[in-house]
Design a protein around this ligand. Structure first.
Ligand SMILES: C[S@@+](CC[C@H](N)C(=O)[O-])C[C@H]1O[C@@H](n2cnc3c(N)ncnc32)[C@H](O)[C@@H]1O
Length: 278
């Protein structure tokens, strides 16, 4: 019964979506899809699951779980690649997602409540990965040292880490006798990092969105985000950062803007710091 209700609702939703798609310009459609690739990949899996399940039921085809999982992964990967034109690594995600999901379902026997709790923790931690394609990766100690050098050269008094993650940069720079702030909007990361800042009395993390943060008060602003938002972010930097201040982007250059300086760090991944002086 539940399957039937869900199938009917999904088939109506599919009709509505297809109607929208065919009345939309291809370019706009693809741009929309590529803006939220993870959400598109997950929704694709759900649609493919219902499509295949109904197909096999209607055609009376007996199929083993693992063959189903293979078909599910393959069809989702093909749709993500050739219809929605998502980046190549979504082929791997599309193939592995149903495999891991079915393996966990079959072998781990974890209660639904635990899955729910894990899901909530992950959602509170990685909300930006879905919305803005900014995953959580952290700056290393070599980067902290290089940033300390730059703030000393700049004689900076106030510094900001845009999207401060677990707050490592904020605390490291606070040790240099500057006012060190971070903004972080993922609730779990904000909670953990602001508690650490409070306990160690080093820096302050605001629970705020980057786009609602005023940049005009800072001498040095650091960001380690994603190529997907650099162009938009730099417009904000140009509009709000004061003359003489410095914007530093770890790893991701601003497209079509020449950096004032690029520092290549002596760490394993040869981190590149793109420095834009205002
Ligand atoms: C790659 S991590 C960098 C963490 C930290 N700055 C570091 O270098 O160690 C990017 C962080 O930015 C946060 N973030 C992404 N978009 C954001 C937004 N619009 N507002 C606030 N934080 C954001 C993410 O939640 C994530 O913690």
């Amino acid at each position: 019964m539940l399957w039937q209700i869900m199938s009917i609702s999904l088939s109506w939703t599919t009709h509505a979506i297809l109607f929208q798609i065919f009345h939309m310009e291809k370019k706009i459609f693809l741009k929309g899809m590529q803006k939220y690739p993870l959400i598109v990949a997950v929704i694709t899996q759900v649609f493919v699951l219902f499509f295949l399940r109904n197909l096999f039921v209607m055609t009376n085809t007996a199929i083993t779980l693992w063959s189903f999982v293979f078909c599910q992964g393959l069809l989702s990967a093909l749709l993500c690649q050739f219809v929605f034109k998502l980046p190549k690594w979504f082929i791997v995600i599309s193939l592995l997602l149903p495999l891991f999901f079915s393996a966990a379902w079959t072998y781990l026997h974890i209660s639904a409540g635990i899955y729910g709790i894990i899901f909530i923790i992950l959602a509170l931690t990685f909300s930006h990965t879905l919305k803005e394609r900014v995953p959580l990766y952290l700056s290393n100690n070599t980067t902290h040292d290089s940033l300390k050098k730059i703030i000393a050269e700049q004689k900076a008094k106030k510094v900001l880490d845009l999207g401060s993650g677990l707050g490592g940069v904020v605390r490291a720079l606070a040790a240099e006798n500057v006012i060190s702030h971070g903004v972080e909007s993922a609730p779990m990361l904000w909670l953990v990092s602001s508690a650490q800042s409070l306990i160690t009395r080093s820096g302050f993390i605001y629970r705020k969105n980057i786009w609602q943060t005023n940049l005009n008060d800072y001498d040095v602003i650091y960001a380690f985000l994603s190529p997907a938002i650099m162009e938009k972010l730099f417009l904000k930097v140009e509009e709000e950062m004061k003359p003489g201040s410095v914007f530093i982007s770890n790893s991701f250059a601003v497209p079509s803007v020449k950096a004032s300086e690029v520092r290549i760090l002596d760490d394993g991944r040869k981190t590149q710091l793109y420095i834009y002086r205002r």
